[in-house]
Design a protein. Structure first.
Length: 406
């Protein structure tokens, strides 16, 4: 592959600015896993784009990485076993998904607070303008929706371009950027940042690259690749293709969670990587970049496997702590001989840790007075505490929020 010297261009999105490095096209050489192609773009700083090679890669698993892969698979199996042992897995899965939604969105520079996010979930609204603060809450809300949608879509669709488009449509529903072709592949050259920090393949290359990715996603057993390695290779490829005008990072992490769940045969979608990527932004971007420039699959996969171990252990700790808290809450309710309805209200707190009395009355078909009395009992039991959030009396479960988001 011929190297080309030109103006500095940094790849892989705004996250790379954390490293303070400007990357030149001369970084790409005979070891690069793709091609630098000339393009015509709106910015004079953008003269070339990177087109990744088709999958599967020419890659043999290093012998000395087998113990790390084994540890990652064992921790993932332990996490799945923890989930299978739960009487109601959805009760504890939802907090993990809500946390993933916040972390994945923060990777893209969209930040919301957990309490405000839970309040928005009670009554989701569409933003009225580009500057409306509800944009951020809607984006995080949509990510959590897409997580749940993805798992159900696997019952009717394979991992495919069609599924990816459906996820993107949900992600972009009702938020800023919805005019950027939600659910549709981009039809023009784009670059990220000003000055440019990422130049993905030209638009006319995307259909062929996505077709190849879809084929790879549905190979029965790519030679020499275990499911975890295969999932992180697909994640690299999707992020490099950058097929949409907006939301590529989030869709890529949605696809990663789904592919791990599907290929590892997990009972539920328990493993989420965004918190690890968010805590190691520079390394995340650097390893992605080195796959392109140096063909460094080893560095990328070693980084990701360490993340699997860390995130699996973290999810187990959170599940065990939430389960212990659920038992503790029931004991508190029993201590005052509370009703079954009181227990049901508490269980719903694991799905949304913020509540308001009128919504409790509506959900359980009781009067406002009865609902208020139930909520006040939970306050006395220190399960709920009142907050200044919202236009009406609003309560939250601080212990659940602490375990989920701390």
């Amino acid at each position: 592959m011929t190297t080309i010297e030109t103006a500095p261009i940094v790849f892989f999105g705004h996250l790379l600015q954390q490293t303070g490095k400007a990357v030149k096209l001369s970084d790409f050489n005979d070891n690069s896993l793709g091609e630098i192609v000339p393009i015509v773009a709106a910015s004079p700083l953008v003269t070339h784009a990177f087109v990744p090679r088709p999958l599967p890669p020419d890659f043999s698993w290093p012998l000395d990485l087998w113990p790390l892969l084994s540890d990652a698979e064992n921790e993932l199996a332990r996490l799945d076993g923890t989930g299978k042992a739960l009487t109601d897995p959805e009760l504890l899965l939802t907090p993990l998904q809500e946390r993933e939604a916040l972390k994945s969105s923060s990777l893209e520079g969209t930040y919301t607070d957990p309490q405000g996010q839970m309040l928005f979930k009670l009554s989701p609204e569409e933003p009225t303008s580009e500057s409306d603060p509800k944009n951020a809450y809607r984006e995080v809300f949509n990510y959590a929706r897409a997580l749940r949608q993805g798992e159900s879509l696997l019952d009717e669709l394979p991992l495919s371009e069609k599924l990816i488009r459906r996820l993107h449509f949900t992600l972009m529903d009702g938020v800023r950027g919805q005019n950027k072709r939600p659910g549709e592949i981009r039809n023009r050259q784009v670059h990220i940042g000003n000055p440019p920090r990422f130049v993905p393949p030209p638009a006319d290359q995307i259909p062929g690259l996505l077709h190849n990715l879809g084929h790879y996603l549905n190979l029965e057993e790519p030679a020499g690749l275990r499911p975890l390695a295969r999932a992180f290779i697909a994640h690299y490829q999707f992020e490099t293709i950058h097929p949409f005008l907006d939301g590529n990072g989030r869709v890529g992490r949605l696809l990663l969670a789904l592919s791990i769940k599907e290929w590892e045969g997990l009972a539920k979608q328990w493993l989420y990587m965004s918190a690890f990527f968010d805590a190691n932004k520079d390394d995340y971007i650097s390893h992605l970049y080195r796959v392109s420039t140096h063909g460094d699959w080893r560095g990328w996969l070693e980084f990701c496997l360490r993340g699997v171990i860390e995130q699996a252990k973290d999810a187990i700790r959170r599940c065990e702590a939430l389960l212990e808290l659920q038992v503790n809450f029931r004991q508190r309710i029993q201590s005052i001989k509370g009703s079954n309805r009181l227990g049901a209200i508490v269980d719903q707190l694991f799905s949304n840790s913020v509540l308001q009395i009128p919504r409790v009355a509506e959900a359980f078909d009781v009067t406002y007075h009865t609902a208020r009395r139930d909520v006040e009992k939970l306050v006395k039991l220190e399960i709920l505490s009142e907050t200044e959030l919202g236009g009406v009396r609003t309560f939250l479960a601080p212990e659940i929020l602490g375990i989920t988001y701390d």
